[in-house]
Design a protein around this ligand. Sequence first.
Ligand SMILES: [Zn+2]
Length: 415
Amino acid sequence: MTEIDINLVQAHIEKLDMIGKMGNGGTSRLSYSKAWRQGQAFVTMLMETCGMTVERDAIGNLIGTYLGTEPNFPYLMVGSHLDTVPEGGSLDGALGVLTAIECIRTWQIAGYRPLRTVKIIATVEEEGTLFGLGCMGTRFIVGEMTMEKFAALHDKQGKTLAEYFADNGMNYEALAYSSIVPDEVFAFLELHIEQGQELDLSGEPCAIVTDIVGIDRHWITIQGHANHAGTTRMDRRRDALVAASMVVQEVYKAACSSQGLYVATVGAFKVTPGATNVIPGKVEFTIETRAAHDETMENVHLEILKLLRQVEEKYNVKAMVNERRFAPAVHFGTTISEELSKAAMDVKQKVKKMPSWAGHDSKIMARITQCGMIFVTSLNGISHSPEEATRWADVEKGLKILNQAMKRIASIPQC
Ligand SMILES: [Zn+2]
């Protein structure tokens, strides 16, 4: 069979990266933009060259179909996202699309057709840049989005999804109908850069992803009393900021001593009134925790509540969780994980097994089908940046596993 050509993948990545290239070296290929349209045209051309028929679904996911010998069997879907963050790197998302296409290129030259049809997907708006809603393309596929939810979306300038659709000559009303029937999807595979530093530090080039961590977000308010910063004695103060800073410190310390079980971040923080001569009366902030096990996040949640009671008592303030949003961890099933492990053995590649600490389209697709992911190294753990990089030798290793896993999974007969 024709060999995987890593130089060709590199050339395609570099070409796609030039579309939407900014002055600082970053790439902005935001969904529904001119760069996105040009990127889609480039990917369409690559797919068609490999004998795939290409269509775009109602929301703008690009899907190339390579027919199997049993086209009525549920199909294998493989891919990742085509959009980037503003001024992002060349690999996040794009690598998963272009490596999948490279596999099909070699299949077509060799005249190889698996049992099951394989569909390569380049999803839209995974990064959530436009509306703050990540994985919008796959949320549409799994049937999570209603017309009410679409109608509520608008960007920072107030521009709606319907207006973005109009810019692109896309039919907004068609969003009422999904093009994908969940039962027709057999499995979903995604190759992605790790975006963390685990692989780079361990010296292993690739990993099979076991889970995608859950995310538990809290919006917290600490209410103290704003008063004169000169005339209010220290023992009479109800300083909301001092109380909040204890929470920040304790949450950080606890996560540091969890031995990698979970991570916790205070990412947004607002002090009111925020003046040099006024004791802070109110502080609003967020705490986000991520873990591969839901029980871990639940325990941390209870610890946060306990901590809030402690600061209330210590600083004479009121501390409350106004809102909590909990997205459970996703555990990839054994069938696809085993096929990925066997594929790695077939190509004599040692792999690490690890959870993903970032969200991906696979996390959403797992609601309707069995999923699997392959990670390749992110040098220095850098991503969402023009400095994002992976050794091409590492990409090649991950790609060989992907190719073998696609063959294996697309050859699983109907049970
Ligand atoms: Zn990504």
